[in-house]
Design a protein around this ligand. Structure first.
Ligand code: SF4
Length: 208
């Protein structure tokens, strides 16, 4: 294993966060399916990484209760209820926007269901491709706002100042002129319960 990954896993442990390493995304998917009991409920957030792992579909196929707000054909009200229930599920699945080599995890959220699930779910599993590892927390924050959010705004067609050129102009990014995407910022620096958070690092690029 790359010594930098080994060091990151040690730094996570110091923060009371369990870290695992998988070479490939298929291995990560298999581990998630093993960790989450069949009878447990699962909340999810929108994530290219989770899409690439195909893990939500596999959980649903095996019969797990997934609060999936992305199910086609549901109403706005159903979508909101699924988000709220998902944030309180037995397990919450997410990917970080960035993770520092010191083990700090950075998450941005528009509506707050994501930051709420990450903070409050009984168990949290965070999957991160190696492309999301940054040298320090400052670079992690820069990555989340200066790189990830503009790409997400583009992908989801959000009216933001960064939509066209990818440059953040946070000082003017407010309603009603714009629909700001990075409204809530969460940094996990440590965890009280050593069983609650599991971070799965994957040795290939996932998401962006
Ligand atoms: S604050 Fe606004 S302009 Fe800056 S990255 Fe977030 S959504 Fe884009």
């Amino acid at each position: 294993m790359d010594p930098k990954i080994e060091n990151l896993l040690k730094n996570l442990k110091k923060r009371n966060i369990a870290g695992f390493y998988c070479n490939r995304k298929e291995e990560a998917t298999g581990n998630i399916l093993k960790i989450i009991p069949l009878t447990a409920s699962v909340g999810i957030c929108g994530s290219q990484t989770l899409d690439q792992l195909n893990v939500v579909k596999l959980l649903e196929v095996r019969g797990s209760k997934v609060f999936n707000q992305y199910k086609p054909g549901i109403s706005r009200q159903e979508n909101l209820e699924l988000r709220m229930n998902g944030a309180q599920a037995d397990y919450y699945l997410a990917s970080a926007n960035a993770i520092s080599r010191n083990g700090e995890l950075v998450f941005f959220s528009a509506y707050g269901n994501r930051t709420s699930g990450i903070s409050c779910a009984k168990n949290l599993i965070v999957v991160c491709g190696i492309n999301k590892i940054t040298p320090n927390i400052e670079e992690a924050m820069k990555r989340a706002r200066g790189y990830v959010t503009p790409l997400n705004c583009k992908r989801l067609n959000w009216n933001t100042p960064c939509f066209k050129d990818g440059i953040c102009r946070e000082n003017i990014c407010f309603s009603p002129d714009y629909k700001r995407m990075c409204c809530q910022l969460l940094i996990i620096e440590s965890e009280v319960d050593p069983q609650r958070i599991k971070v799965i690092l994957v040795g290939e690029p996932l998401g962006f």
